[in-house]
Design a protein around this ligand. Structure first.
Ligand SMILES: Cc1ncc(COP(=O)(O)O)c(C=O)c1O
Length: 417
């Protein structure tokens, strides 16, 4: 309905008043029920300040501050030069899917083939399509919390209900079987596990993962295992992948992985899923009617990354993250009010900042993040984005110099509280 600024009456001016508001856009329930990614909201505000020429230390981004390895970029350029610039198979090229299968077979002794693999525009697209393929209205999907921002919205978008299994900071947020089991109902359709976890860095222990895998298999639940940060585990922590049990439970286990973090390829948009061929076919069907296929150029670059035996570049990134983490965690804990567990993996720390609540109008993670942006010119992501309002996420995918500067500014700012 068009609304007018004045009610229609005898006065000509009022009768012919120009509508001041247009008919409201009618959006589907599906889309109104999901949120704009809150991580983007903070980045946007920080970007506005940067555009005004203000120096902001940005701890927001969930992407490597490194360049894509030169050999990988060169493969992308070669793809263009050689005219490999057309549509490909909706599932991705056979070569790329073979390379992904071979990599997993080498690592886990599995016997998957290209039939078990689909490549898409980022791990995010595969996660999204998986929910569309597996979740019906009324289905519940268990997600350990804190969680990566997109998981709940992807479940909701598919018509399902996310159900959270709270993890414990005193256990470094590592998911436990008991927490998952306690969240289950007769409507549970599956679980999404993310290890190492964004935002907490938690790496699930192998014994817990095995129990969860077996429990899912016994109950005919799907287990989506997102190992986007698989390479980034520190100290004694070892990445345990659900792929270890794929041969035993091929109908239960679905692996999602990405080129984004391991190879600093966020902008190329290339991720993939491994699952039983029937499910891969369903994902391919969705892809064929939506994005068609991941970029042919990105696929050639990804093929190079996965088949190049020289891992010098990836090691270099890993070493840099290790060094930053080793400096950052104690430095943050040295600031009165911050309390941060040692994160097992990924490139984030997730300190508890609730000690600041009740001071200077700060009452939650959002107001604390706003305080830091205003007072310290430091951007962090409020924990509310990840279902944990007492925390903030600090990404150390930025240089050591910026990390030191950001910590200095934060320490200075919170002294005022
Ligand atoms: C836990 C997790 N899963 C999946 C993704 C998706 O990554 P991409 O779509 O770039 O492959 C991200 C990206 O931030 C992530 O943090």
């Amino acid at each position: 309905m068009t609304r007018f600024s004045h009610g229609a009456g005898l006065d000509d001016k009022k009768l012919f008043a120009v509508p001041t508001t247009r008919t409201p856009l009618r959006l589907t329930r599906r889309v109104t029920e999901i949120q704009v990614s809150p991580t983007l909201a903070v980045l946007n505000k920080a970007n506005e300040l940067v555009a005004k020429g203000i120096d902001v230390v940005d701890f927001g981004p969930g992407e490597p501050d490194f360049q894509t390895p030169p050999a990988v970029s060169a493969a992308g350029k070669r793809a263009i030069d050689q005219g490999f610039t057309k549509y490909t198979n909706a599932l991705g090229t056979r070569n790329l899917r073979d390379a992904i299968a071979a990599r997993y077979n080498r690592q886990y002794g599995t016997k998957v083939t290209s039939e078990h693999v689909i490549a898409g525009n980022g791990g995010k697209q595969e996660l999204f399509n998986l929910m569309l393929a597996l979740v019906d209205a009324g289905d519940e999907v268990i997600i350990p919390s804190p969680y990566w921002v997109s998981f709940p919205d992807q479940v909701s978008f598919a018509g399902g209900t996310p159900v959270f299994a709270k993890t414990d900071p005193s256990n470094r947020f590592r998911p436990r079987f008991e927490e998952i089991e306690a969240a289950a109902t007769e409507r549970t359709r599956g679980i999404i596990l993310n290890s190492p976890c964004n935002p907490t860095g938690a790496v699930i222990e192998e014994a817990e993962l095995k129990r969860i895998v077996e429990w899912c298999a016994a109950r005919d639940l799907f287990l989506v295992f997102d190992e986007t940060y698989e390479l980034f585990t520190y100290g004694d922590n070892r990445h345990a992948s659900a792929m270890r049990w794929f041969e035993q439970y091929p109908e239960t286990i679905i692996i999602v992985n990405s080129m984004s973090k391991t190879y600093a390829m966020t902008g190329w948009r290339l991720g993939y899923a491994i699952a039983q061929p029937e499910l891969i076919g369903a994902l391919g069907k969705i892809q064929s009617h939506s994005t068609s296929n991941p970029s042919s150029i990105a696929q050639m670059a990804a093929l190079e990354a996965l088949t190049d035996e020289d891992d010098t570049e990836v090691r270099r990134m890993f070493d840099a993250y290790s060094e930053r983490r080793a400096w950052l965690v104690p430095a943050i804990n040295d600031i009165d009010g911050f309390c941060c567990a040692d994160p097992d993996g990924a490139f984030y720390i997730f300190p508890d900042v609730s000690a600041f609540f009740g001071r200077a109008g700060i009452h939650d993670s959002q107001s604390f993040a706003t305080f830091l942006l205003d007072e310290a010119r430091v951007a962090v992501v409020p924990g509310s984005a990840f279902g944990a309002d007492e925390f903030v996420r600090i990404s150390y995918a930025t240089s050591m110099e910026r990390i030191r500067e950001g910590v200095r500014r934060m320490a200075e700012a919170v002294k005022k509280l």
